[in-house]
Design a protein around this ligand. Structure first.
Ligand SMILES: [Zn+2]
Ligand SMILES: [Zn+2]
Length: 193
């Protein structure tokens, strides 16, 4: 059964909600160096990353995510020339989500930290366990036992199936981060253009 979960940034200025629809999301943990760089860029690593430098994400379709308040506080960055857009708040410097630069791609990786659960039990009931822990080779300290050193190939067919279903059903729109093809906020480019 799908569940609507409220979203809120650390300071409460940015609010919204997400529809968590079974079989239409992945609950993942990313230990990659870019997620860590993003947290450093926001100057908030201790609030964003876990002990291993990991970020918890809910990968789903953009049309399931809605920002209802504080849209003017949203900013975007791109760490690499061909990299994804990483969206964050300007009020409390917290990550919001990752998207592709092409608004037609039905993918958003939302920061689980935004999701408001009443307790851990409710969180587990709605999100289930983490299904993939990727890029363990970048982890701070020991690689967590359940982490894959890079990206598990076995995950590819699942992601492709998810993308195909999303494309066929037009799940890339509406997106909280794009007006049509245009990003809703200015993007900071952290590489030489
Ligand atoms: Zn990452
Ligand atoms: Zn905030």
């Amino acid at each position: 059964m799908s569940k609507i979960v409220e979203l809120g940034c650390l300071c409460g200025s940015v609010k919204g909600n997400i529809n968590v629809v079974p079989k239409s999301f992945f609950h993942v943990h990313c230990l990659c160096c870019d997620c860590q760089r993003f947290a450093e860029h926001l100057n908030n690593s201790d609030k964003i990353l876990d002990d291993h430098g990991g970020s918890e994400l809910l990968q789903t379709y953009p049309s399931y995510v809605e920002i209802t308040e504080g849209r003017d506080k949203i900013r975007g960055v791109q760490l690499e020339r061909k990299g994804i857009y990483r969206w964050h708040t300007a009020c409390c410097n917290m990550p919001l989500a990752n998207t592709m630069t092409n608004s037609n791609i039905p993918f958003v990786g939302l920061s689980v930290k935004l999701m408001k659960f009443s307790n851990d039990k409710e969180k587990t009931e709605i999100l289930g366990p983490v299904t993939m822990k990727a890029f363990g080779k970048y982890s701070i300290g020991d690689i967590p036992k359940d982490a894959h050193p890079r990206f598990p190939i076995s995950f590819m067919p699942k992601i492709l199936g998810f993308m195909l279903k999303g494309l066929l059903r037009g799940m890339s729109r509406p997106s909280p981060f794009f007006n049509g093809k245009e990003p809703i906020a200015s993007i900071d480019y952290l590489f030489k253009k």
